[in-house]
Design a binder for this molecule. Structure first.
Ligand code: ADA
Length: 569
C-alpha cells in the first residue's frame, strides 16, 4: 500500500490526496451509490480525512458519497489504491461497481485492465454505521470514524501485468544478511504471459524468468546475501530498498516496485524475545490512531510528534491497539527504530458480539491484509490478534487457533501473541509464542499489582505460559488533564494517576519474569457515546498525554521507570 518512501520510478502513480466532494443524505442515514448528487448536502473534505472534522458532521454515524473526477490522457490499465476507508466502501467508476471493502484499518485496490482515455467519475459509497454488517466495527472504547481516512492513489500501468507485491524476509539460514525476495506478479491478461523479473539491492542485481497465468498471479523468489550491510536495530535502524522490475521480451521494463526493509531476525528463546540473536526488553505505549482535529486520519507530522513524545518518555516500542496502523506510521517506526506490536482489528468482543456470524471471516480477512501489506516493516516484531476476546471459551479457542495458524502460514518470521485479561479462565495460553496480559489492579478492582502478577503465573504457567516470554500489554490509570488534587489525590486527578502508575511500575518491574511493558495508553482518545457513563468527556482518559498531546504529571514518572526497566539486566 502507500508509504513514505518512493515505491515506483517506472510506474506512473498519481496521488488522489486532495479535496473531494462529499455528499450527505438530507435525512435518515442511507444514500444510494447511484443517488442524484443534486439532492444531497454537498461538502468539501480532504482525503485523507474524516467527516467528523466537519463541525456539522462531528457526530455523524451513517453513509455518504465521496466523488472525484479523474482524467486519463491515454487508454491504460488502471489500478485504484486506497490505504484505508472507514469503515465500509463500495467503489464505482462511471457508475460501474469496481468492488467493496470492509474494515477501516487495511488497504485495498481495484484493477481496470483497459481504462479509456478521458474524464471519469470516481465515486466511493462510505458507511461508518454500526449494524449486522460488521462484527468488528462496534460501539467501543475507541471511535469508529467515517471517510476516506488514509491515502488514495491512481496507478497507471504500462501493461496489464504488474508487480503486486514484494515480500522481503531476512534470516534465510538464520542469517539476517541473507534475504528472500519473493515477487508476486499479477497478470490481467486472459492468456498467460512470460516475463523477466529483475531485483536490485546494494549494487547486486539478480534475474529470473517467470510465467504469470492468465488472470492469475505468479510467485518468484530470489535470494540475496548482503555481507557488508548493517543490521536493523533500534540504535541503528538501517534500511535497504529492493528495486524490483518487470521486463518483457527480455529488455522492455514495463513495471517496477520498490520495497524497503531492515535486516533483522526476531525469535523467541525461552522466556526471552531475541532481536538479531540478542535478548531485548520492551517498554512502550498502547496508541490509538486518534486526534480531536483529524480523527483517525492523523497527518504524518502528528505521527512524528507522537513518536518523539514516546521516545522522550523512554519508550522503545508501540502497540497498535487495536488494529493495523497506517503504513506511513510504520515507516516512521522503521526509520526511528521503534519496535512495533501490530495487531488485527478486534477489541473486547465477547458473548453476543463474539458469536457474530461474520466475526471469524472479517478477522481472517484483516489478518491476511495486515500481514500481506505490512510484511516488510522491520519495526514490526510480532503480530497479535483478538484483544480481550473470548480466549476463555472452547468456542473461542477454536477461532484463536485458526487465526494464529493462519498468521503462521502467512509469516514464519515473527512470533505471535494475543492480549487477555482472563487471569484464571484463559484457555489458549498454549497457542501463542508470547503470553500477554492486560491488568488494571487498583483501578477497576482493588488488588495489589504484584498479586495480580502472581495469579497470572499461578493459573497460567501450568496451562501453557511456562517457558514463554511474558508481556504486560496493558496497565494504567485515568487522569483528566489539568485536574489537580495534590492533597486528596482523588481518582481522575493527575496526582492519583502518578500514584497508581508508581505502584504498578514498582511491582511489575520487580519481577524478572516480565520482559515487556505497554502502558495504557499514550494519549486520551474519543470513545463511542455508549461508553460515556464510565468515560468522562466521552474520552478514554488513561493517556499520559491528553488528546492534544499535552503531557500530564505522569510523563516524567513513566520516563523514570521505562529508563530503569530497559537499563536493568
Ligand atoms: C482494556 C482494553 C482497552 C481499554 C482499557 C481501558 O484493557 O483492551 O482497549 O478499553 O481496557 O481503558 O479500560
Amino acid at each position: 500500500m502507500i508509504t513514505l518512501y518512493t515505491q515506483h520510478q517506472i510506474r506512473t502513480v498519481q496521488s488522489l490526496d486532495s479535496l473531494w466532494q462529499y455528499y450527505f443524505p438530507t435525512e435518515g442515514m442511507t444514500v444510494s451509490p447511484q443517488a442524484d448528487l443534486s439532492q444531497l448536502n454537498e461538502r468539501k473534505l480532504q482525503v485523507p480525512g474524516v467527516w467528523e472534522s466537519l463541525p456539522e458532521y462531528a457526530n455523524y454515524r451513517g453513509q455518504a458519497l465521496a466523488v472525484k473526477k479523474i482524467t486519463l490522457t491515454k487508454d491504460a490499465p488502471l489500478r485504484i489504491v486506497f490505504a484505508g476507508v472507514s469503515h465500509t466502501a463500495q467503489v464505482y467508476i462511471d457508475g460501474e461497481l469496481l468492488g467493496r471493502h470492509h474494515n477501516a484499518y487495511t488497504g485495498f485496490a481495484f484493477d481496470i485492465p483497459r481504462a479509456k482515455a478521458g474524464e471519469h467519475e470516481l465515486r466511493v459509497h462510505i458507511s461508518n454505521e454500526h449494524g449486522e454488517g460488521s462484527a468488528l466495527h462496534v460501539p467501543n472504547d475507541y471511535y469508529n470514524y467515517g471517510g476516506i481516512s488514509r491515502q488514495a492513489h491512481l496507478h497507471l500501468l504500462a501493461q496489464p501485468i504488474y508487480i503486486e507485491n514484494l515480500h522481503l524476509t531476512p534470516g534465510v539460514d538464520e542469517n539476517p544478511r541473507k534475504v528472500s525476495a519473493k515477487a508476486f506478479v499479477k497478470n490481467l491478461n486472459r492468456d498467460s504471459v512470460t516475463a523477466t523479473l529483475s531485483i536490485s539491492v546494494c549494487g547486486q542485481t539478480k534475474e529470473a524468468q517467470l510465467t504469470a497465468p492468465g488472470n492469475g498471479t505468479s510467485e518468484t523468489e530470489l535470494i540475496f546475501e548482503l555481507p557488508g550491510a548493517d543490521l536493523w536495530e533500534p540504535e541503528n535502524p538501517a534500511l535497504y530498498e529492493f528495486h524490483a522490475r518487470l521486463l518483457m521480451n527480455g529488455e522492455e521494463v514495463v513495471d517496477d516496485l520498490i520495497e524497503r526493509t531492515g535486516l533483522r531476525t526476531v525469535a523467541v528463546k525461552g522466556e526471552q524475545v531475541m532481536l538479531n540473536g540478542k535478548p531485548i526488553k520492551i517498554a512502550g505505549f498502547n496508541r490509538h490512531e486518534d486526534h480531536p482535529d483529524f480523527g483517525c486520519a492523523i497527518p504524518v507530522a502528528m505521527m512524528v510528534k507522537d513518536i518523539e513524545l514516546m521516545l522522550a518518555m523512554g519508550a522503545n516500542s508501540v502497540r497498535t491497539s487495536h488494529y493495523p496502523n497506517d503504513r506511513r506510521f510504520l515507516d516512521l517506526c522503521d526509520e526511528y527504530g521503534l519496535l512495533v506490536w501490530e495487531e488485527n482489528h478486534a477489541r473486547g468482543l465477547r458473548d453476543e458480539k463474539f458469536k457474530h456470524p461474520l466475526l471469524q471471516e472479517q478477522c481472517m480477512q484483516c489478518n491476511e491484509e495486515m500481514v500481506t501489506q505490512h510484511y516488510n516493516h522491520p519495526s514490526i516484531i510480532l503480530w497479535a490478534i483478538m484483544n480481550e476476546c473470548m480466549s476463555d471459551s472452547e468456542e473461542g479457542r477454536i477461532l484463536y487457533k485458526e487465526q494464529l495458524d493462519q498468521l503462521r502460514s502467512l509469516d514464519q518470521s515473527r512470533p505471535l501473541t494475543y492480549a487477555t485479561f482472563r487471569l484464571r479462565e484463559d484457555l489458549c495460553q498454549d497457542l501463542p509464542d508470547i503470553c500477554s496480559w492486560n491488568l488494571y489492579p487498583n483501578w477497576y478492582i482493588h488488588q495489589p499489582p504484584a498479586e495480580a502478577l502472581d495469579v497470572i503465573q499461578e493459573y497460567n504457567e501450568p496451562k501453557g505460559m511456562k517457558g514463554k516470554p511474558l508481556i504486560l500489554s496493558e496497565f494504567g490509570a485515568g487522569a483528566l488533564y489539568g485536574y489537580h488534587d495534590p492533597i486528596r489525590r482523588g481518582k481522575w486527578s493527575e496526582e492519583r494517576q502518578c500514584d497508581l502508575l508508581k505502584e504498578l511500575f514498582e511491582d511489575f518491574t520487580a519481577s524478572s519474569r516480565v520482559m515487556g511493558l505497554y502502558v495504557w495508553q499514550f494519549c486520551d482518545v474519543r470513545v463511542d457515546e455508549s461508553w460515556a457513563m464510565s468515560r468522562p468527556r466521552t474520552m478514554n482518559n488513561k493517556g499520559i498525554v491528553d488528546e492534544y498531546r499535552r503531557p500530564k504529571l505522569a510523563f516524567s514518572l513513566v520516563k523514570k521507570y521505562f529508563d530503569a526497566f530497559l537499563s536493568s539486566p
